[in-house]
Design a protein around this ligand. Structure first.
Ligand SMILES: NC(=O)c1ccc[n+]([C@@H]2O[C@H](COP(=O)([O-])OP(=O)(O)OC[C@H]3O[C@@H](n4cnc5c(N)ncnc54)[C@H](OP(=O)(O)O)[C@@H]3O)[C@@H](O)[C@H]2O)c1
Length: 317
C-alpha cells in the first residue's frame, strides 16, 4: 500500500491510522477500559499502523498518558504521533479555547511529557479560538518545529477562511476536519483548496459515529436512551436516519462480493480517494482494530469506487 505524504514535509505515513478518542477519552465516552485501550495501541503498532491520533481533550491528557505508556516500550520511530491542544481548563473543569502562542508552547511541552517522548510528529491546533490571529498561532508552532519539538503543523475544525489565514506563511501541513461518506461538506471547498496547496487532509469520524459500519439496517435502527448525545446529531434524526441507513444498506452487496465487512469497504473507499490523506478510524477493541487494518489489502475496483461515490452523491450537495 502506497504511503501518504504529510503536507510539505519529508514525512510519509501508511494510509491507515488509529483514532484514539475511545482510548482514555472518559470525558467523551462511557465504559472505556484503559487496559484494553493500551492493547489496541500496542496491536496497532505491531501491525504497522503508523499514525496514532490523540489529543489533550481525550480524557484531559489521559489518552496521551496511556499512549505514552505503550510508546515507551516500542521503537518510537515506528510511530507517526499526532496530538492536539487549544483547550484551557479552569479549576471547575470548564473549557476555554486558547490559541495564544504562549499557551500553545506550554501545551506542547505538557503533551510531550504525557506521551513520554521528546518530539511530536504532528501537532494540531484542535479548534480555532476567537481572538488570536491565526498566523500568529501557527507561527508559534513553526518556532517549535525549528526547536525540534514538532515535525509537522496541523489545524483542526478550521473553516476555509480560517485555513487561509492560518496558512498565510505557508507553514500548515495538515488539516483535520470532519468528513465521511454521509457528511461531505468538507469536499465543497476545503478539500480541493488543500489539494491545490499541498496540505494533507485527514478526515475525522470516518464511520459517522458507527452508522457507516453497517451495524444497522432498516429493520434494526438504533434506539437511544434519553440523554444519549447521538439524539442531537443531525444524522440520527428520524427522517435522516432512515435515509442514511438505506444508503449504507446498498454497500452490503458490494462488500460481500469482496468478502469484507461494510466498515472495511468504507475504509478501502477512503484510501482510494486521491483527495484524502491518512484515515484514522477509532477502535474500541483489538478486534475492530484488526478488522480495520485488514482493509488495507482490499483492491477496490474503479467501478465499485464510483458506484459507492454515486450512492452517497447527494451528501455532496
Ligand atoms: N479533530 C477533531 O476535532 C476530532 C473529532 C472527532 C474525532 N477525531 C479523531 O478521529 C478519530 C475517529 O473518529 P471517531 O473514533 O470519533 O469515530 P469513527 O472512526 O467514525 O467511529 C469509530 C467507532 O466505530 C466503531 N468501529 C470501529 N471499527 C469498527 C469495525 N471494524 N467494525 C464495526 N464497528 C467499528 C466503533 O464503535 P463502538 O465504540 O460503538 O463499538 C468505534 O468506536 C477519533 O478517534 C479521533 O482520533 C478528531
Amino acid at each position: 500500500m502506497e504511503k501518504v505524504n504529510i503536507g510539505r514535509t519529508e514525512l510519509t505515513v501508511n494510509p491507515l491510522g488509529l483514532g484514539t478518542n475511545k482510548i482514555g477519552g472518559y470525558n467523551l465516552f462511557p465504559n472505556l477500559d484503559d487496559e484494553m485501550g493500551k492493547q489496541v495501541v500496542q496491536t496497532a503498532i505491531d501491525h504497522d499502523v503508523e499514525m496514532i491520533d490523540t489529543a489533550f481533550m481525550y480524557g484531559f491528557g489521559h489518552s496521551e498518558e496511556l499512549i505514552g505508556d505503550v510508546l515507551k516500550n516500542n521503537d518510537r520511530e515506528k510511530v507517526i504521533l499526532a496530538t492536539k491542544g487549544a483547550q484551557q481548563i479552569a479549576a471547575d473543569r470548564s473549557v476555554t479555547l486558547n490559541n495564544n502562542p504562549e499557551f500553545l508552547t506550554q501545551a506542547v511541552d505538557e503533551s510531550l511529557k504525557r506521551l513520554q517522548t521528546d518530539y511530536l510528529d504532528i501537532y494540531y491546533i484542535h479548534f480555532p479560538d476567537q481572538n488570536t490571529p491565526k498566523a500568529e498561532a501557527v507561527g508559534a508552532l513553526q518556532r517549535l518545529r525549528e526547536a525540534g519539538k514538532i515535525r509537522a503543523i496541523g489545524i483542526s475544525n478550521f473553516s476555509l477562511e480560517q485555513i487561509k489565514e492560518a496558512d498565510a506563511d505557508g507553514y500548515v501541513d495538515l488539516v483535520e476536519n470532519q468528513y465521511n461518506l454521509l457528511q461531505q461538506d468538507a469536499m465543497h471547498e476545503v478539500v480541493p483548496y488543500l489539494k491545490e496547496r499541498g496540505i494533507t487532509f485527514v478526515p475525522y469520524e470516518p464511520f459517522a459515529a458507527a452508522l457507516l459500519t453497517g451495524r444497522y439496517s432498516p429493520d434494526n435502527l438504533p434506539h437511544f436512551d434519553e440523554g444519549d448525545h447521538r439524539l442531537s446529531i443531525d444524522l440520527y434524526q428520524p427522517d435522516q436516519l432512515k435515509r442514511n441507513v438505506e444508503k449504507v444498506e446498498k454497500l452490503k452487496p458490494i462488500a460481500s462480493r469482496y468478502g469484507v465487512s461494510t466498515a472495511q469497504l468504507v475504509l478501502a473507499w477512503y484510501m482510494k480517494n486521491p483527495l484524502i490523506g491518512p484515515v484514522i478510524p477509532g477502535a474500541r477493541t483489538t478486534e475492530q482494530l484488526l478488522a480495520n487494518v485488514a482493509s488495507v489489502s482490499i483492491a477496490l475496483r474503479d467501478e465499485d469506487y464510483q458506484a459507492i461515490d454515486h450512492i452517497f452523491a447527494s451528501a455532496n450537495l
